[in-house]
Design a protein around this ligand. Structure first.
Ligand code: ZN
Length: 133
């Protein structure tokens, strides 16, 4: 599956809008409905308006009815792949299927590392903390 996720992430990375950082990122998420959703980073002259590739992919998936993230792949233009930022980790925590979900961090050649969401974002704050008892 990660080869297919890489293909989807690379497809999205081609559309990266990064005139300020020149850093082109693509993300792909396998969701619980069996579909893959991708996204790229979209920067803005008002920097706070910038959205990372991971959140673009998640918001596309959720807006189309998917509920849970089953696997993630992020490709960056760096040889040493970049991990998701803290903001994206928090948004992933909202929709992650379990702490065992695989997160693949890749360079454009598809090389990099794999970790679980629990390793990426241990002791995360999530929806379970706000459940009424
Ligand atoms: Zn981010």
């Amino acid at each position: 599956m990660d080869r297919e996720l890489l293909r989807w992430a690379l497809d999205a990375q081609k559309n990266s809008y990064a005139p300020y950082s020149q850093k082109h990122i693509g993300a792909a998420m396998l969701m619980d409905n069996g579909r893959i959703y991708n996204g790229c980073n979209v920067e803005n002259a008002s920097y706070g308006g910038t959205v990372c590739a991971e959140r673009v992919a998640i918001f596309k998936a959720i807006s189309e009815g998917a509920k849970k993230i089953k696997e993630v792949l992020v490709v960056s233009s760096e040889q040493n792949p970049w991990p998701p930022c803290g903001f994206c980790r928090q948004v992933m925590a909202e929709f992650i299927d379990s702490p065992e979900v695989k997160i693949h961090l890749c360079n454009p050649q598809g090389h990099g590392r794999q970790l679980t969401f629990g390793e990426l974002f241990p002791d995360s704050f999530g929806p379970e903390h706000l459940k009424k008892t």
